[in-house]
Design a protein around this ligand. Sequence first.
Ligand code: GTP
Length: 345
Amino acid sequence: MLFYCNGVTMSLDQTVGQIFSWTLQLTSQKDYQELTYCFLGILAEIPWIDNAVAYEIYNHDRKKPGESSVFHERLFRRFPVDITRNDQDDNNNLANLLDQNADLNFSAPFETGLYSWVIFSIKGGSGPDRAIFLEGKFGLDGLDLLNNLRSAYRNLVILHDAKERDALTKLPNRQSLEARLLQVCELYRNYQAIDIKKEQSSWLAILDIDHFKRINDNFGHLYGDEVLLTFSQLMGKCFRYNDFLFRYGGEEFVVILNLINQDHAIAAFNRFREKVAKHIFPTVGQVTVSIGLMHLDSISMPTTQLDHADKALYHAKETGRNKVILYEDMHVIGHDKKRSDIELF
Ligand SMILES: Nc1nc2c(ncn2[C@@H]2O[C@H](COP(=O)(O)OP(=O)(O)OP(=O)(O)O)[C@@H](O)[C@H]2O)c(=O)[nH]1
């Protein structure tokens, strides 16, 4: 039996065999990043697709400078994340084209009945919604084929989200952190354009809620969990969408702050620290956070970088909590202590 797909005649066996082989390829990928690279690679092999780009979608409430009212904005982060890229054009273009309530958006058809672009929405995982933007020439039969592929990809995204994200806060978990750290360092190695002399650098911070054990002991684990959830939401509001947030474990979180100089990085973490201290957590009341941060160089291993941020955090705890300490400053004041006697989670 023959199947006519976007001007290409294929046997039905060939089509079924091809989908089976693609699905097998998708299933064998080890994480969300690899899965999405593989999916884009498969789409690039399809003759009537000229261009395929994947996006993560973030919904943000933001205040305009000098105004008190909050407005809602939708931001599209292109895959793979490239912190040196300005996604503004993509953001404007997609915001106009995408109706997020529809699984499938497409252009007005040409006279031939073919469409020039299609956007598939991927929803339902514990991570952000995603969109796959395709340009080319699409007929209805081609869309059917793509819809089958979309379903396979969507199910796998949901499975990877469940594995790579924390169930309570939905933030990427510790497992995803190392891969992301390697990626950011790689970027600084490859892009000569970035001023690695700390003018436009990335910063790794470990954020640890102070005396969290007392919260659990005094109010119970359910309230402890609510504090963790609210804390993660405050992080989402305070940091920019091109920064990377993680739940590192227990009451510890990690932030990678991108493209920012040292003074602004310290100011951003202090702003967050103050925001937490001012927030009234239901029943629990006031909560504070200690933060240790380090400059992300492009040569150290992730374990070393985490160790340095951890030492700065330990110093913040040791010297009174509710403060931000920069690892690089500790050398100046002669504090590079081993942190062997403290359990963080
Ligand atoms: N509710 C809740 N508690 C957790 C979770 N993960 C870890 N914890 C608790 O977090 C507490 C962390 O306590 P400690 O490591 O002693 O630290 P701390 O009390 O925050 O003290 P400092 O970090 O020194 O300010 C422990 O009691 C853990 O049981 C979680 O997912 N939910």
